[in-house]
Design a protein around this ligand. Structure first.
Ligand SMILES: Nc1ncnc2c1ncn2[C@@H]1O[C@H](COP(=O)(O)OP(=O)(O)OP(=O)(O)O)[C@@H](O)[C@H]1O
Length: 265
């Protein structure tokens, strides 16, 4: 297997252990879909991604559709991430589609057009320092028209592609079927990280799997994750046994170890 292209600039996910599964991180300019059932960790992963930029001095744009701006700030604070301060410093703009207050950064209506308009205004306001955009979640835009999912996802990618943003979009999977509500963001996205949950030994466990990441020799295993008060999400262990690692393409295990600093399991 050839080496990863050296001209791919990668952005950290901000989650300990995850960059190593992605040959260093998310390729700049990608739109990555975080998909899964409720409570599996999508929002927490979004918060880590935004904070990875903010803590490095970047700016960030965060669209929240199912929680208020204040709720996102509180959730981040529980992981020791200063969204409040970044907002006050004018480096973080949280576009609130839920509370619809009468301010510049609240969406007046829950439509993709309005959201794109506000994202572009936020990007103009923040300038070059804003490299990361989170849209959590896209599903809110399709409540009454699930058939619009694919078209809207395409619009988001097409309109925002020229703004130099690397984008996380979340999409919810139905509790009943554990899958998407129809054609969704996955086909348009450059990458898919799938979050899952299961009850094992009477305990709720969560997992993530990188299902797709263009231009990336990524890990192919499901990993158990934990969400901890104070520090947030962490990868705990891969579900695959050591012997099954042999199924990974050559060079992938080496790169995973280089980036994670892990000992030989
Ligand atoms: N401070 C904390 N300490 C430990 N676990 C936490 C903490 N805050 C949140 N969690 C865990 O994270 C879960 C919520 O995860 P998250 O909001 O990322 O899910 P989600 O996949 O975005 O769900 P949805 O699709 O419903 O928005 C909670 O149910 C809880 O288990």
């Amino acid at each position: 297997m050839s080496e990863p292209r050296s001209d791919v600039v990668r952005l950290s996910t901000g989650i300990r252990g995850l960059d190593g599964l992605l040959a260093g991180g998310i390729p700049e300019g990608f739109m990555v879909a975080l998909v899964g059932m409720p409570g599996t960790g999508k929002t927490v992963a979004c918060i880590h991604f935004a904070w990875a930029g903010l803590s490095a001095g970047e700016s960030a744009i965060y669209v929240t559709t199912e929680e208020s701006r204040e709720s996102v700030i509180r959730q981040a604070a529980q992981f020791g991430m200063g969204f409040d301060r970044a907002s006050r410093e004018g480096r973080l703009i949280i576009l609130d589609a839920l509370m619809r207050k009468d301010d510049e950064w609240s969406l007046k209506e829950v439509s993709v057009e309005e959201m794109l308009d506000r994202v572009i205004a936020a990007k103009r306001s923040l300038g070059r320092g804003a490299r990361r955009l989170v849209i959590d979640s896209m599903s809110a835009f399709w409540l009454s028209a699930p058939v619009k999912a694919r078209e809207d996802s395409y619009s988001v990618k097409r309109v925002l592609s020229k703004w130099g943003l690397t984008i996380y979009v979340t999409s919810q999977y139905a509790i009943t079927t554990g899958s998407a509500f129809g054609w969704g963001v996955e086909h348009v996205a450059d990458g898919i990280i799938h979050f899952r949950r299961a009850i094992s030994g009477g305990v709720l466990r969560r997992y993530l799997l990188v299902e797709k990441m263009r231009q990336t020799p990524h890990d192919l295993r499901a990993w158990e994750i934990e969400i901890r008060d104070g520090s947030g999400m962490e990868l705990v262990r891969p579900l695959a046994r050591r012997a099954e690692d042999d199924a990974l393409p050559g060079g992938v295990m080496r790169r995973i170890r280089e980036h994670s600093g892990d000992e030989e399991p």
